[in-house]
Design a binder for this molecule. Structure first.
Ligand code: NAP
Length: 684
């Protein structure tokens, strides 16, 4: 193989395996998007796919699970930091795939940002343990000796991540973030056209040494018989065309073993201009900006790009003119040049695809703009994937079929007029399911009605107007916090959406048993489980020394009418239930004047705190507060304080969650809540 050609390596069981040049040995050529020249090769039939699967299951899975959620979250952050420090090469390679620097920013920095977001969410929203508790404890028996709880644990298999060519970095990292955080190793299969960029990022991941061996492996080229080797603990997460998704999800082995198949596929995303947003309003300009940006960013090769543009009938002409005017000034050319707005498609083959689909769309729509006069700048006699933006107008959108069905994966979009809210909902829904629909309107009533009539057909609804436009993230940007995926035509899958994505790689199991059993299984003390009383006050002992279920019984205190009046005047809370016997009695909830709930909380703190300086650094919050029974003057209260859960935060301190229960003189529960404190590890 010529030294100048890129040889994309696979990474299998800790070793790099080069690709072959010959097609009969598994090699596939990769082309430069700009000049169409051969760039290199990917694929090698001698890759031992079965050994990769085994390695991931036996070595990777065990190593990952041993780290717990927080260990894996920290590793994600370390890996993201390393990639971020060495990302420049990914930008350089991006030019060969046709991506401008701005295009690659979405891919590279978007991917790194997703890792950081999951690293942070993992530490904040997942427990410092190996088991995720899903929901509250369910009482399944009268006396509470038999209870239930749903838990999620990592699947014991492998995540197979098959990605599309258009996001060689983000596509890999957004899937890995969820899979690795869950504790499930991955085998990554990038699309061949851009796998050299994925490989370069993958090398940085390996170099970062953040995750144990076997956590991720890479297949350049064909996956061979991988899908036939999978078992019930594996998960397939696919991004690509509807056609490939259908072929892969029909695999007999996947069907036979009920192997989850998460599909993110193409869709006919639409953007709607509200009836209020007429020419001359900020929303009209915003709409045109969003449409032009979505048509030209990555040369329209975004799964979320706007393929259908919907405007009120009386605005269609103005929208046509405004978009065509803006497209006229798009600078198409060499993606490496600063002044270029739009580079080529990934390959000549992709360009031919887009042109063929444009021809079909042209059967139902008129061409408004085809970029015929636009020059390709900075490239001599280009053989690559250059196409110019094309805007169609479909005059009969109800009678049309192809414009709602065919995705030209390039800078092509079709404008159509609508009459009213019902009509625009019907047109939106003709896409058969999409990743995202957007609505540019300042009329919240219109937004409410369109969402009610159409949200069920879309994975995300993006509403933008003059209020949010400065800070909004764009129609086409999937965010780690929000669900990415859509029903029907869009594949029916879901990715991202915060911790929801992690759950795709975990098994939910309903656990039933005694409170002691469930406390042990879930690493969290639950009410009814055994408690232990120690000689010293728990506030005097460090985080490390505290045990789950350790309890402190406070002395008791009798509430007086003076206490209630003093608190009322001191705080200004002179609500009648505390001050007016007759009015309080008339209230169905109170026997007469009662103590303030906040007074009870304050007295509770006074009853359980140990006041000296010690390992408890701060009270950081209180949650799940419930007042169960009113407390009147002459009632006596006492507190039980139990260590419920512990979460390490950094090398110096961790968070302790305490179950706090207040009882009256008859041992009736009057209030419960969870107290959060930050505690030093060592007592001294
Ligand atoms: P594609 O042709 O469907 O390929 C997708 C992936 O499937 C590639 O990695 C491809 O590998 C692999 N693949 C194909 N046949 C396979 C087989 N028999 N076994 C295992 N893997 C196989 O899609 P693409 O051209 O890369 O991407 C463009 C499409 O993706 C567009 O339609 C776009 O809308 C969609 N997309 C959707 C999203 C989303 O999030 N919903 C995001 C990006 C793109 P090879 O490259 O080696 O064939």
């Amino acid at each position: 193989m010529s030294a100048d050609l890129i040889n994309v390596h696979s990474y299998s069981a800790g070793s790099w395996l080069p690709s072959m040049q010959m097609p009969d040995k598994g090699g596939r050529a990769i082309y430069n998007a700009v000049d169409g020249q051969i760039l290199g090769f990917a694929g090698n039939n001698s890759l031992d796919i079965e050994a990769m699967h085994q390695h991931a299951t036996d070595v990777g899975g065990a190593g990952l699970r041993a780290m717990g959620f927080h260990g894996r979250a920290r590793a994600l952050k370390a890996m993201a930091t390393h990639i971020n420090a060495h990302k420049e090469r990914l930008y350089t390679l991006g030019y060969m795939a046709g991506a401008t620097r701005g295009d690659s920013w979405i891919d590279v920095d978007g991917g790194i940002g997703t890792l950081f977001a999951y690293a942070s969410k993992g530490r904040r929203e997942l427990p410092d343990s190996t088991v995720f508790l899903d929901g509250d404890v369910e009482q399944l028996s009268r006396k509470g000796s038999f209870v239930g709880q749903h838990i999620c644990t990592p699947k014991l298999g492998v995540g197979i991540h098959i990605n599309a060519f258009n996001f060689p970095v983000w596509g890999m990292l957004e899937k890995l973030a969820a899979s690795l955080l869950a504790g499930v190793p991955a085998i990554v299969k990038p699309a061949t056209d851009t796998c050299y960029i994925t490989e370069a990022c993958f090398r940085l991941m390996v170099e970062s040494d953040a995750f144990p061996e076997g956590s991720f492996q890479l297949i350049a080229g064909s996956t061979g018989n991988l899908l036939d080797l999978l078992g019930p603990q594996d998960v397939v997460s696919f991004t690509g065309s509807a056609q490939t998704a259908l072929q892969l999800r029909s695999n007999r082995n996947l069907l036979q073993y009920s192997i989850p198949f998460i599909a993110e596929q193409d869709s006919l995303n639409a953007s709607v201009l509200g009836p209020d947003a007429v020419n001359g309003t900020p929303e009209f300009d915003l709409f045109v900006d969003e449409v032009v940006r979505e048509m030209t960013t990555k040369a329209g090769q975004k799964c979320t790009a706007i393929r259908r543009i919907m405007a009120p009938d009386n605005q269609v002409e103005a929208v046509k003119d405004a978009i065509a005017d803006r497209l006229q000034s798009i600078n198409v050319g060499d993606p490496a040049l600063k002044e270029t707005d739009m580079g080529p498609l990934v390959s000549a083959a992709q360009r031919n695809n887009v042109l063929a689909i444009n021809q079909q769309i042209g059967q139902e729509a008129d061409t408004v703009f085809d970029g015929g006069t636009l020059a390709v700048n900075g490239v001599e006699g280009a053989e690559g994937g250059f196409v110019r933006p094309t805007l169609f107008h479909c005059p009969q959108p109800d009678a049309a079929d192809l414009v709602h069905r065919l995705e030209a994966f390039g800078p092509t979009s079709t404008l159509m007029g609508y009459q009213d809210t019902d009509h625009v909902c019907a047109l939106l829904n003709r896409g058969g399911g999409s990743l995202v629909a957007s609505l540019i309107t300042h009329d919240s009533g219109f937004a409410r009605d369109v969402v009610a009539g159409s949200a069920a057909w879309h994975g995300r609804f993006y509403i933008n107007d003059r209020t949010s436009m400065k800070e909004s993230t764009g129609h086409g940007s999937p965010l780690p916090h929000m669900v990415h995926g859509g029903p029907g035509r869009a594949g029916g899958g879901e990715e991202l959406g915060g911790i929801r994505a992690v759950m795709h790689y975990m098994q939910r199991t309903a656990i039933q048993g005694s409170p002691d059993m469930l406390s042990a299984v879930g690493h969290t003390w639950i009410a009814g489980a055994k408690t232990v009383e120690t000689d010293s006050h728990p506030f005097t002992r460090g985080f490390d020394a505290l045990k789950l279920g350790e309890i402190f019984y406070s002395p008791s205190r009798t509430i007086t009418l003076d206490d209630i009046e003093h608190f009322a005047h001191f705080t200004g809370d002179t609500f009648y239930a505390h001050m007016d016997e007759e009015a309080a009695k008339a209230n169905p909830f109170f026997p007469g004047r009662v103590a303030h709930g906040y007074l009870l909380l304050s007295f509770a703190a006074g009853l359980f705190v140990q006041p000296d300086p010690g390992p408890v650094l701060a009270n950081t919050g209180l949650s799940d507060l419930v007042f169960q029974k009113p407390v009147a003057a002459k009632d006596t209260i006492r507190v039980e304080l139990t260590v419920r859960r512990k979460t390490r935060r950094n090398d110096d301190y961790g968070e302790v969650r305490w179950h706090v229960a207040l009882f009256n003189q008859d041992d009736e529960a009057v209030a419960t809540y969870t107290l959060h404190t930050m505690n030093q590890y060592q007592s001294g």
